[in-house]
Design a protein around this ligand. Structure first.
Ligand code: UDP
Length: 371
């Protein structure tokens, strides 16, 4: 390390963190002032590992903390202790983390205890309901309490932070880095993971939130079965989250349904190809709520509340919860009414323009580079 450099630690743990931090890590790696250490907690081992090679990222430190059947407290306790060790060894000038996972919470707390500045990417998202999404709403609120720099993706997120008393000069509105990764990856002409006959309409479905385990997931499955029964030209691709609470139930419910393709988690390139080709998205995913509008895909959100209200306000997403009748009715309307479909496929992209990482790194350069 040169004397003019500043030590920056980036910590990631799950698939969305890897996708959303990749553009920031790539750019920071090219900054002369930054001596970068990428730390992986590997909170979700396989899903994180699937993403990083696509972006040419190899963690400098891999804490390998995932355990079979880990509870939230168990993982968080081990992550806090491990991150404390990392911060003691590296003694960085800054810790950077993204989003609302237990990895972020542990990183933020470890930085707070060691009095190391913490910068939070994707700051200020609020559902207003601590149980929904659980535990993410708590994690992101706690991260905001200790962050000294907040990278808010939207003006709305900035407003949430200001309302909690965070000073305006600590907040930068940057857009969401997920759009950087998406636009970069979706530029290529990529093959679909499943052969879908020409002329067929494709629904992309994902669901993995804790609130949707068990009963609600069964409701989502029954809605999907009714949609394919009613529309013979519709095929479904549903990459299943490896959590057994999700995959077992969905395989039992839909494993034999014609035109429903249940598959393992798709690598990000195959996922982008599917998103590009699809007609409609049904999801409870956070990232996908941001990505679908950027590719002009109408979106039915399988949740009752969202911390990403911008797409709903812009008319490109609708909250349908996990209620089978509502999911079926909204999907049917979009599949049979071209005007209703066109209104939601407007291409309004509230979450970014593909330049979020550039803005984030510019703020960090301004604060940390020795001039
Ligand atoms: N994704 C992927 N493969 C899949 C499903 C999702 O690469 O099979 C990507 C998706 O494009 C998005 C991210 O994973 O960027 C979202 O992750 P997830 O839904 O697991 O988490 P959330 O965003 O809800 O925290």
């Amino acid at each position: 390390m040169r004397e003019s450099q500043r030590k920056v630690v980036c910590v990631i743990g799950t698939r969305p963190e890897a996708i959303k931090m990749a553009p920031v890590i790539q750019r920071l790696g090219r900054e002369a002032w930054a001596d970068l250490t990428v730390v992986a907690t590997a909170q979700h081992r396989e899903l994180m590992d699937q993403v990083l090679p696509l972006f040419g990222i190899t963690p400098d430190l891999d804490l390998d903390l995932m355990r079979h059947d880990q509870s939230l407290a168990d993982f968080s306790a081990r992550a806090l202790q491990a991150m404390d060790g990392v911060l003691a060894d590296v003694a960085p000038d800054l810790l950077l983390a993204q989003g609302d996972t237990s990895t972020v919470l542990a990183g933020a707390m470890a930085a707070f205890y060691r009095r190391i500045p913490f910068a939070h990417v994707e700051a200020g998202l609020r559902s207003g309901d601590m149980d929904n999404p659980f535990p993410e709403e708590f994690n992101r609120r706690a991260a905001s309490m200790v962050a000294s720099i907040h990278f808010a993706p939207t003006e709305e997120a900035r407003g949430n932070l200001l309302a909690e008393g965070i000073a305006g000069e600590r907040i930068a509105v940057t857009g969401n880095t997920v759009i950087d990764s998406l636009l970069e990856t979706a530029r290529d002409d990529l093959p679909l993971p499943v052969a879908v006959p020409a002329g067929r309409r494709l629904l992309l479905v994902t669901a993995h939130r804790r609130e949707n385990f068990a009963g609600p997931m069964a409701g989502i499955c029954s809605a999907v079965a009714r949609i394919v029964a009613d529309f013979p030209d519709v095929e479904v691709i549903w990459p299943l989250h490896p959590n057994p609470n999700v995959s077992g139930l969905v395989r039992d419910a839909l494993g034999r349904t014609p035109r429903v393709h249940l598959c393992a988690p798709l690598d990000y390139r195959a996922f982008c190809a599917t998103l590009k080709r699809c007609t409609l998205v049904l999801t409870d995913s956070g990232g996908l709520q941001e990505e679908a509008p950027a590719l002009a895909k109408p979106l039915l959100v399988l949740r009752d509340v969202t911390e990403r209200p911008e797409a709903v306000a812009a008319g490109v997403a609708r909250l349908v919860g996990a209620h089978p009748n509502r999911i079926h009715a909204e999907a049917s309307r979009l599949l049979s009414d071209p005007a209703a479909y066109a209104a939601m496929a407007s291409g309004v992209s509230p979450y970014g323009d593909g330049r979020a990482a550039e803005r984030i790194v510019a703020v960090l350069r301004d604060r940390f580079a020795v001039h």
